[in-house]
Design a protein around this ligand. Structure first.
Ligand code: DON
Length: 549
């Protein structure tokens, strides 16, 4: 079980709107338990979020961590204020074209995924500081304690860890520091107790001094700069000192009476959701798994992902967001869809790469109704495989989320536009889509890992939530998934859950299908019904075993 949903009813106060109730869903039972403990001890959703994020950094080192970034979507109950804390990594200032292209102008193979050139300046520690200052009630010494203990005393790795470590064994054996993730140089068996004393010490420093002093300056910072530069990167201490999270207005839009709030740029996720729902709003829409509606969903995704090439870091390039999301334009896009035939939009050109990775999401609602939806990542499994010297901090390979060249796909087969070109100090475009969906039934808080497929996961679950009058959260997160991202022009489907009849009908409309060899995603959702009902939480069944993406 990775889920703890808990409802307490306050007898003395009667069944008022202030009934205490809370729910936490994360990708790991230890993380959920840590968040839950904060809430039980009187902490709020921010306290729980800090504890969960820190524990995930320890127990899911392949997914997220201090060396990565992410987005925290927040809702404050007292006044309804919603905010996105953008803790996305940024490109180092000394970044140069030569780091990624050779003298002949050819891309250097692997430069965005391995070695020092792959690593962008991490944002998660700054977010922990920021949340502690602005919305938490407990000190870091308390919220980081569960993570510190798990890093110092160790925890028994699960099958998922063992399997992922096996997949990345050669990467982890490549440096002395990352041997910490292995058992005598080999991927461990489930049950192996993983201890990370250096990471524990780094977390303790952060708990004592805050991340600005303990992570972005001093020996931890120097250790990261040394490791990155020894591996061919070009970091400066000033890159770390100047890192700041950015508070952003989330993207908010209405769909058939519901309000959807999701990650803003530099995530492409909220923009894509707004476009897809905007297009779907012009059609009678049924069950997203029924071929007629699935066709419309795919056509809407095709158009949203096509427009993704216009997106990038809004602080570096002007993004025509109002035009992209304009109702009139969405209407024209909808009108161009043949309800029985796949469209052929002008093809993009160029190569293809395969890929897999990992990331993590958690969703929290506290007793007062505060919410946090956070998606955090170091990008691919175990990130760049580089570790800051002496700090236990595993570093991301988020540079792969930039557009290297418009004809080259990244690890998620995404081909971006010039708006997402690399530049010093710039944030790479992301697909991470923490989201809130509010309607008459209540509020759903959700998100997932899965690279570009994050967007379709959140979309399908949100559509099914909105379609039905009753909420069966566990069913929602388990529903079969399909995905389309404009290029390559095919619908990716999970290996289970799509009948021969379904496939024939989709193919009959002119769609190309690709059955992916494993199910993807690890969606985490909590639901707070309106009125006095108990909060619910659900974890993706795909995350509990060895299926991941
Ligand atoms: O920000 C992004 O879109 C990617 N770096 C997320 C990577 C991811 O979700 C890997 N997934 N399993």
């Amino acid at each position: 079980m990775h889920v703890l949903a808990f409802a307490l009813f306050c007898g003395a106060a009667g069944a008022s709107a202030g009934n205490p109730r809370f729910a936490v869903a994360s990708a790991h039972p230890q993380a959920t338990a840590a968040g839950y403990r904060m809430l039980e001890n009187g902490g709020n959703a921010c306290d729980a979020a800090i504890a969960v994020a820190a524990v995930l950094a320890v127990v899911e080192p392949y997914s997220s961590g201090l060396g990565g970034g992410g987005f925290f979507l927040l809702h404050r109950a007292t006044d309804g204020r919603q905010l996105m804390v953008d803790a996305r990594e940024v490109a180092p200032r000394a970044l140069r074209r030569e780091h990624f292209f050779d003298a002949a102008g050819q891309p250097r193979k692997g430069a965005t995924v391995r070695g020092g050139t792959a690593v962008a300046i991490p944002g998660v520690p700054a977010a922990l500081d920021h949340l502690t200052r602005h919305c938490a009630t407990l000190p870091l010494a308390q919220t980081l304690e569960p993570a510190i203990l798990l890093a110092r005393d160790g925890f028994a790795v699960d099958r998922r860890y063992a399997r992922i470590a096996q997949m990345r064994e050669s990467l982890l054996r490549a440096s002395l520091e990352t041997l910490v993730f292995l058992d005598g140089g080999r991927a461990p068996e489930p049950g192996f107790v993983l201890r990370q004393p250096e990471l524990a010490a780094t977390l303790e420093r952060i708990a004592r001094e805050g991340a600005a002093a303990a992570f972005y300056r001093g020996p931890v910072a120097r250790g990261m700069v040394d490791a990155v530069n020894a591996a061919g990167g070009a970091w400066q201490l000033s890159d770390l000192e100047s890192y700041r999270v950015i508070e952003r207005e989330p993207l908010r839009f209405a769909y058939r009476g519901a309000t959807i709030t999701a990650a803003a740029l530099p995530s492409a996720g909220g923009v894509a959701l707004a476009q897809v729902f905007g297009i779907l709003g012009h059609f009678p829409v049924g069950d997203a798994h029924d071929p007629r509606t699935a066709h419309l969903v795919v056509e809407a995704l095709r158009r949203a992902f096509r427009d993704r090439s216009l997106l990038g870091d809004p602080d570096h390039v002007p993004i025509p967001l109002a035009r992209i999301l304009d109702d009139g334009r969405t209407k024209v896009q909808a009108a161009a869809i043949d309800t029985r035939r796949a469209s052929v939009l002008p093809p993009a050109d160029g190569g293809e790469t395969g890929g897999s990775g990992n990331t993590t999401h958690f969703s929290i609602i506290d007793a007062a109704g505060n919410r946090v939806a956070a998606t955090l990542t170091i990008n691919l499994l175990f990130g760049s495989g580089l570790m800051g010297r002496g700090s236990g901090v595993l570093l991301n390979n988020e540079m792969d989320d930039f557009t290297l060249r418009t004809d080259l796909a990244n690890s998620f087969r995404l081909r971006g536009g010039v708006a997402n070109a690399m530049a010093p100090g710039k944030r790479p475009l992301s697909s991470m889509t923490p989201a809130f969906v509010e309607d008459d039934k209540g509020v759903l808080v959700l998100g997932a890992p899965g690279g570009s497929r994050i967007i379709s996961q959140v979309l399908l679950v949100a559509m099914e939530y909105l379609r039905l009058p009753a909420v069966d959260l566990q069913r929602l997160v388990g529903l079969p998934r399909y995905h389309h991202q404009y290029w390559p022009d095919r619908i990716e489907i999970e290996p289970e859950g799509f009948s021969a009849g379904w496939k024939a009908e989709m193919e009959g409309m002119g769609h190309r299908l690709e059955t992916v060899n494993r199910r993807w995603g690890n969606l985490q959702a909590v639901f707070q019904p309106r009125g006095d009902g108990a909060a619910q939480a659900a974890s993706d069944p795909r995350g509990s075993d060895v299926a991941w993406y």
